[in-house]
Design a protein around this ligand. Structure first.
Ligand SMILES: *Cc1c(COP(=O)(O)O)cnc(C)c1O
Length: 215
């Protein structure tokens, strides 16, 4: 079930801040996505390859699909024909495979590099030295358009704020050092999206506030 009131509120907030709202629909039925689509939402995010492929096949063709979850190289081929943006690129091996599958599909694939900003070791992503030593010219069929990060799961807002500010500063220095033009800083989820936007995010990924808690 979609929370229509909250959806309209968050979509309005997002628009007023020039931010893209990605509705995170993982584990939720295609009917929920259709319901939000009918309210005007077009950007949806999924975490599991098979689930995304199944939903893409039955939902409207103009949905803009984002991939957010940890992506195994051997599964890139299933989403390469249609995915709009992969937020969760966390290794050079994965970049290489996305480049290869993009070429096979005669398209460029947009990606964000996932950066490890949280204290939890369970979260994936590049650290700062790994990010800065990446050779962005090795992947001609990949558009690296920005960075994505997830803050530590905590009530400590100051800590979350410091992590978001750190990601924003990586974003600025990556652009500067690599002489690339980025346009997307993907940070902020249900619990921290307003703080994220205040820290410079222009893409928020919201699931449970819009679709209800996942079980
Ligand atoms: C699940 C998920 C979200 C959405 O989380 P909510 O707390 O439900 O808003 C955002 N980003 C990523 C990478 C996720 O895996």
């Amino acid at each position: 079930m979609v929370n229509e009131i909250l959806y309209k509120e968050i979509a309005g907030f997002s628009k007023s801040k020039n931010t893209t709202l990605v509705a995170v629909s993982k584990i939720k039925p295609a009917s929920d996505i259709q319901q939000m689509y009918d309210l005007g939402q077009r950007d949806f995010g999924e975490n599991y390859v098979q689930e995304l492929v199944e939903k893409q096949a039955v939902l409207p063709a103009d949905i803009i699909w984002h991939f957010l979850g940890h992506l195994q190289s051997n599964k890139v081929k299933y989403i390469a024909p249609f995915v709009h943006l992969i937020h969760s690129v966390d290794s050079e091996k994965l970049l290489k495979e996305i480049d290869k599958q993009a070429a096979k599909n005669h398209r460029k694939i947009n990606v964000l590099l996932q950066i490890h900003i949280a204290e939890e070791q369970t979260k994936f992503g590049f650290n700062e030295p790994e990010l800065m030593k990446l050779d962005v010219n090795l992947y001609p069929n990949v558009n690296i358009t920005g960075l994505m990060g997830m803050a530590t799961f905590t009530d400590d807002k100051e800590k979350v704020k410091r992590e978001f500010e750190q990601l924003k500063s990586f974003y600025t220095s990556f652009e500067h050092v690599k002489k690339v033009k980025l346009d997307t800083l993907s940070m902020g989820m249900s619990d921290d999206y307003e703080l994220a936007v205040n820290c410079g995010s222009n893409m928020i990924r919201i699931g449970s506030l819009l679709f209800g808690k996942r079980v």
